[in-house]
Design a protein around this ligand. Sequence first.
Ligand SMILES: *[C@@H]1O[C@H](CO)[C@@H](O)[C@H](O)[C@H]1NC(C)=O
Ligand SMILES: *[C@@H]1O[C@H](CO)[C@@H](O)[C@H](O)[C@H]1NC(C)=O
Ligand SMILES: *[C@@H]1O[C@H](CO)[C@@H](O)[C@H](O)[C@H]1NC(C)=O
Ligand SMILES: *[C@@H]1O[C@H](CO)[C@@H](O)[C@H](O)[C@H]1NC(C)=O
Ligand SMILES: *[C@@H]1O[C@H](CO)[C@@H](O)[C@H](O)[C@H]1NC(C)=O
Ligand SMILES: *[C@@H]1O[C@H](CO)[C@@H](O)[C@H](O)[C@H]1NC(C)=O
Length: 370
Amino acid sequence: MTGIFLALLLLSVSSWYGRAHGYSHGQLLPRVDSGNCTRFIVSGSIPGYFQNHAFYDFRQLGDYASASPPAKITSKQDSGDENVTSTYFNTTAFQGWNILSGVRSDESTVPMIYSAQNIFISDANSSDDGAATYLSLRTSRLSAFQSMAEIKSTSDNYLHASLRIRAKFLASSDADVASGAVFGFFTYKTDNQESDIEILTAEDADTVHFTNQPASDEDEAAHAIVSLPDGKHWTDWVTYRLDWFNGTSAWYIDDEPKVQSTDSVPTEPSSVVLNLWSNGQSFSGKMAVGKEVLVAVEWIEMVYNVSDSQVNTASPVTCKVDGVSVTGQAEVVVESKSKSNAIRRSEQTTTSFLGVILAALFLAGSFDLV
Ligand SMILES: *[C@@H]1O[C@H](CO)[C@@H](O)[C@H](O)[C@H]1NC(C)=O
Ligand SMILES: *[C@@H]1O[C@H](CO)[C@@H](O)[C@H](O)[C@H]1NC(C)=O
Ligand SMILES: *[C@@H]1O[C@H](CO)[C@@H](O)[C@H](O)[C@H]1NC(C)=O
Ligand SMILES: *[C@@H]1O[C@H](CO)[C@@H](O)[C@H](O)[C@H]1NC(C)=O
Ligand SMILES: *[C@@H]1O[C@H](CO)[C@@H](O)[C@H](O)[C@H]1NC(C)=O
Ligand SMILES: *[C@@H]1O[C@H](CO)[C@@H](O)[C@H](O)[C@H]1NC(C)=O
C-alpha cells in the first residue's frame, strides 16, 4: 500500500512540477509578418545570420510566357546582340539580374557567344509540379560557335549567402539531353574565388558537382561529385542549395545535406551567376553541331549578406526560410523564447516520464510486497 501511495504522490508531484512552471499551457507566440524580418537563419549546423532575403519566382508569369521558345539562334547571329525575349526581364520583379549578351571568349575551342534570345519564360505543362510557367535557359551549337545563356547579379557585393535554385533539364528522356553542356549556379569573383553547383550533360543523369575553386596551387579545392537522392535524375525537378559561410561551404539537394567543406572557401565579395554553356574543352565536352540543351528554372531563393552590411541595432526579428509553409515566404521565429520553450517542453516530458516510470516501479514493488 505504501508503494501505491508513493506512486500516486510521485505522479501528482511531477504533474504539479510541470504546471507550476507553466509548461502545460504551451504558450503560442504571436506570428509576425515576414516583412518585419531583420535577419534570416537557414537549416543546417553552421551558425550565423544573413541580413537579406530575395525570392525570384518564375512559376506564375502567364502574362510573359510563350508556348513555344524564341527562334533558334542562326549561324549569322554570331555577335549575340539579340534583344531580351520578354518585357518580364525589364520589370522590377527581375531587378537585381542582368542578362548577358555578346562575345564571351573566342579563345575557347568553340567560341562562346551569349545571347538574350536564349533566356525566356515558357508555359509549363499544368500537370508538372503545379507551376504555370518557368524560366528557360538554352544553349545551342552552331558550326562556328556555341550560343549560350547567362544571368548575372547586378551586384558583385555578396559576401556570404545561402542560395537555392529549383531546376531541371528539359527532355522527354535522359537520352534526349545532348552531351556537352554545363549548367551552373555559383558565386564568382575570380576563377580562384568561386563556389559552384554544376551539372554536366556529358555525365550520368544523376550526378552533380559541388566545388570551391582552389585559391592557390597549395590550397586544396573542395570538389565532390554527388548522386541525386531518391533515384532522381537532373531531368526531374530538384532543389539545389549552396551555403557560403565565413570559412565553411555546404551543399544540399532537396534539403538533404550532402557536402560540407572548409577548403578554398571564397573570402571576397562576389557575384551570383546562373548559366548554361559549353566551350568544347575537356570539362564540358563538345556539343554536336545542331544540338541544343534547355534548362527550366522554377525559382531562385537567396539569403545573403553584402560586404558593407551593418549589424541591426534595433531588436532583431529572426526569420527562417527552410521548413516554411510557403516556399519563398520567410517565417518569424522567436528564437530565445521558442528555444527555451522547446527545452522546457522536453524537460516537462522527461519529468512526467520519470514520474510514470518511478510510479510503475513503486507499483511493481508494492505488488511484490503484497
Ligand atoms: C510588423 O511590425 C510592425 C511594427 O512593429 C507592426 O506594427 C506590425 O503589426 C507587424 N506586422 C505583423 C503582421 O505583425
Ligand atoms: C531589338 O529591338 C529593336 C527595337 O524593336 C530593333 O530595332 C532591333 O533591330 C532589335 N535587335 C535585334 C538584334 O534583333
Ligand atoms: C527592355 O528594356 C530595354 C532597355 O531599356 C529596351 O531596349 C528593350 O526594348 C526592352 N525590351 C522589352 C521586351 O521590353
Ligand atoms: C512540357 O511538355 C512539352 C511537350 O510534351 C515538353 O516538350 C516539355 O519539355 C514539357 N515541359 C516540362 C517542364 O516538362
Ligand atoms: C570572417 O572570419 C574571420 C576570422 O574569424 C574574421 O576576421 C572576419 O572578419 C570574418 N568576415 C566577415 C565578413 O564576417
Ligand atoms: C552577416 O552580417 C552580420 C552583420 O555584419 C553578421 O553578424 C553575420 O555574422 C553575417 N553572417 C554571415 C554568415 O557571415
